[in-house]
Write a protein that binds this ligand. Structure first.
Ligand SMILES: C[S@@+](CC[C@H](N)C(=O)[O-])C[C@H]1O[C@@H](n2cnc3c(N)ncnc32)[C@H](O)[C@@H]1O
Length: 518
C-alpha cells in the first residue's frame, strides 16, 4: 500500500487516488470481519469450495475477494487452501487477548457521523445525535459497543506503558483510573503489581458495563477493585485519601480547555506526595495525521472534545503545581505524559534518555525524528567522489569540514556510537543546519556527552560568510553526511524513507541529518 502520508518525491496524483480509495481498505476489512471469515479460517486451512459453502458465497466472487485480502496480508493460500495470516490470527479472532474486532466494527458504526462533517463545519459543532426515541436498552447496547471498542485499543497500549514502571509501584499502591471505561488500563497494572488496588471512576450510565467487564476478567480482582460513580466535571470527586497512580487514558481529548484544566487540577490534588499522574492520549504533535483525524472525530461526535498539543497539556499540569516529563511517544499513534508533585518521583520511571529527547528535538522544527541504528549507516566509496567531482563547493571553505574525515574514518567513527537519530527536514540549508546543531546541543545537555551531528549540504550557518576569508566559526561547523562518505540514499532507505534524484528545478528537496548519541 502506498503511504497515506504524501512523499513529495512521489506522484501527487497517485497520493490523491490512494486518499480517495482509502475507504476500500476499511470496507474490505469490515466485510471479512462481519462475515466471520477469520473465525472460520482459524479452525484450519480451508479449500475455496468449502469456504464458499460455509460463507454462503459465490465461489468465483469469493475467490476474487480472497485475492484482495491476500494482498492486504489478512489471509494467505497454500495448495488451494486458505488460512489466516499471523496478523489476522492475533488480532481478528474473538476471545484472543489482542482482539480488535470490537474497535474495528465501532469505526464502521461511526461512519454515519463522518457523513455530517460538512453540516457540522457549517454549524460550528456536532449535528448528529442519537434518535430522541432511542430506548434505554438500545443506549446501553451502544455504550457497551463503545466501551468494548475502547477496551480493544487500550489493551494494545498497556504493555508498552507498563514498561515505564519497570522499577515497580510501591507496596500496596492505590491506583485511580479516571474515566476507566472497560477498566482494562487499571487491570493491566493490577495484573503486574499483585498487591496494588484500584478505584475505577466513570459515569452512572457506564459503570455497570465497567463492572461487567472487570468481573469477566481472568485477573484476580477480588477485594482489589472499587467502582466509583462520579461526574469528573464536578470539582470534588468525593474520594478519600490520595493515590500513588492516577490514570487519565483517553480523557484529555473528551472535553475542551476549561473542563480539562479543571479535571487535571482535581486529579493533581488526589496525588500522594510521590504519586504519579499518567496521561495517555492523542496529541497533535505526535503521529500528526491520526491526531488530526481524532480531533475531527471529536468535533463531529462530541459536545466540545478536541485533541490538544502536548505543550498545552504540559503547561496546564505545571499550572497545577506539577513537574512533568513532557511528551513521551509510544511506538503507535498515542503518547504519554507523566506528572508528579515532586520531580524526584518521576525518576522512578523507566524512561530511556532517547525517549526523553525525541519530542524536544522534534519541537526544534523537524518533520520527523527517527531512532536509527548506527550499524545501518552505509559508507560507500562513490559518495566522496560525487562531492569531489560533481560539486562546485568541494574545494571551497564551506565544504572544508567534509575533508577532515576519510570515508574509512567516518565508518569507524559512526560505528563507535551505539545509538543515533535520523532527523528529517527541508531547506533553507542554513536553517536546517542550525536546527541540527540545536539538536546536538539538546542531546549533549541530556547527558549524551559524545553527541555529534552530520548534516546535509555545504556549511551555511553564518548568513554573511565570506568564502575568501578563513572560517571564524569552526566550532559550529559540521561535516555533511554525503561529504563524509555516507551513502545518504541507502542510509535513509533503511529507515523506510525514500530519496530520489531530482530532475527539475523546484522539486521538493528533503534534508536528513544523522545525530550520533553516546
Ligand atoms: C474514551 S473513553 C476512555 C476509556 C478508558 N480510559 C480507555 O482509555 O480505554 C472515555 C471514558 O470517560 C468516561 N467519561 C467521559 N466523561 C466523563 C465524566 N464527565 N465523568 C466521568 N467519566 C466520564 C466515559 O464514560 C468513558 O468511559
Amino acid at each position: 500500500m502506498a503511504s497515506l502520508k504524501w512523499d513529495p518525491n512521489t506522484s501527487g496524483g497517485q497520493y490523491l487516488e490512494d486518499l480517495s480509495t482509502a475507504y476500500w481498505y476499511s470496507e474490505s476489512l469490515f466485510t471479512a470481519l462481519d462475515m466471520g471469515l477469520f473465525e472460520l479460517l482459524e479452525k484450519g486451512s480451508t479449500p475455496l469450495p468449502r469456504l464458499a459453502k460455509a460463507l454462503n458465497c459465490n465461489e468465483s466472487s469469493l475467490s476474487r475477494y480472497l485475492h484482495l485480502l491476500k494482498t492486504l496480508d489478512l489471509v494467505d493460500c497454500y495448495e488451494n487452501s486458505w488460512y489466516n495470516t499471523t496478523l489476522s490470527s492475533t488480532y481478528l479472532i474473538k476471545g484472543k487477548p489482542l482482539y480488535q474486532g470490537n474497535s474495528i466494527l465501532w469505526r464502521r458504526d461511526i461512519k454515519a457521523d463522518w457523513d455530517t462533517l460538512k453540516p457540522a463545519l457549517e454549524a460550528g459543532g456536532r449535528v448528529h445525535f442519537p434518535p430522541e426515541n432511542i430506548s434505554d436498552a438500545e443506549m446501553d447496547a451502544r455504550r457497551e459497543e463503545y466501551i468494548t471498542a475502547m477496551d480493544n485499543i487500550v489493551r494494545l497500549k498497556v504493555p508498552e506503558i507498563l514498561e515505564f514502571f519497570g522499577n515497580g509501584l510501591k507496596t500496596g499502591a492505590r491506583i485511580l483510573d479516571v474515566g476507566a471505561g472497560s477498566g482494562a488500563f487499571a487491570l493491566g497494572f493490577l495484573e503486574k503489581f499483585q498487591d496494588s488496588q484500584a478505584t475505577l471512576v466513570d459515569i452512572r450510565q457506564v459503570l455497570p458495563q465497567t463492572r461487567k467487564l472487570v468481573e469477566k476478567s481472568p485477573i484476580d480482582t477480588k477485594n482489589r477493585v472499587l467502582f466509583h460513580e462520579q461526574n469528573i466535571l464536578d470539582p470534588d470527586w468525593q474520594l478519600e485519601g490520595h493515590y500513588d497512580l492516577v490514570i487519565l487514558s483517553n480523557i484529555v481529548h473528551a472535553y475542551a480547555e476549561e473542563e480539562i484544566s479543571g479535571i487535571l487540577k482535581t486529579a493533581s490534588q488526589l496525588l500522594s506526595e510521590d504519586g504519579i499522574l499518567l496521561i495517555h492520549d492523542f496529541f497533535l504533535d505526535h503521529w500528526d495525521i491520526k491526531a488530526a483525524f481524532s480531533d475531527i472525530n471529536m468535533f463531529i461526535n462530541t459536545y466540545n472534545g478536541k485533541v490538544f498539543n502536548s505543550k498545552w497539556v504540559d503547561q496546564t499540569l505545571k499550572n497545577s503545581g506539577l513537574s512533568t516529563t513532557g511528551l513521551i511517544p509510544l511506538q503507535t499513534d498515542t503518547a504519554v505524559i507523566f506528572a508528579a508533585r515532586e520531580s524526584a518521583a518521576l525518576d522512578s520511571l523507566t524512561i530511556t534518555p532517547v525517549q526523553k529527547i525525541l519530542q524536544p528535538i522534534k519541537a526544534i522544527g523537524f518533520d520527523k525524528v527517527m531512532p536509527y541504528d548506527p550499524k545501518d549507516v552505509v559508507v560507500a566509496p562513490f559518495a566522496k567522489n560525487k562531492c569531489k567531482f560533481g560539486c562546485r563547493s568541494w574545494d571551497k571553505k564551506h565544504c572544508s569540514t567534509n575533508q577532515e574525515m576519510s570515508a574509512d574514518e567516518t565508518k569507524a567513527f559512526v560505528n563507535s556510537f551505539s545509538k543515533a537519530l535520523l532527523l528529517k527536514s527541508e531547506p533553507p540549508t542554513g536553517d536546517f543546519q542550525r536546527k541540527a546543531l540545536r539538536a546536538e546541543t539538546l542531546a549533549f545537555k541530556a547527558g549524551y556527552y559524545k553527541a555529534f551531528v552530520f548534516w546535509a549540504g555545504p556549511c551555511s550557518i553564518c548568513p554573511d560568510c565570506d568564502l575568501t576569508a578563513p572560517c571564524n566559526n569552526h566550532a559550529h561547523s559540521r561535516p555533511s553526511m554525503e561529504g563524509s562518505g555516507i551513502d545518504v540514499f541507502a542510509t535513509v532507505k533503511k529507515a523506510r524513507e525514500s530519496l530520489k534524484t531530482l530532475s527539475e528545478r523546484g522539486e521538493v528537496i528533503k534534508y536528513y541529518a544523522l545525530l550520533l548519541l553516546e
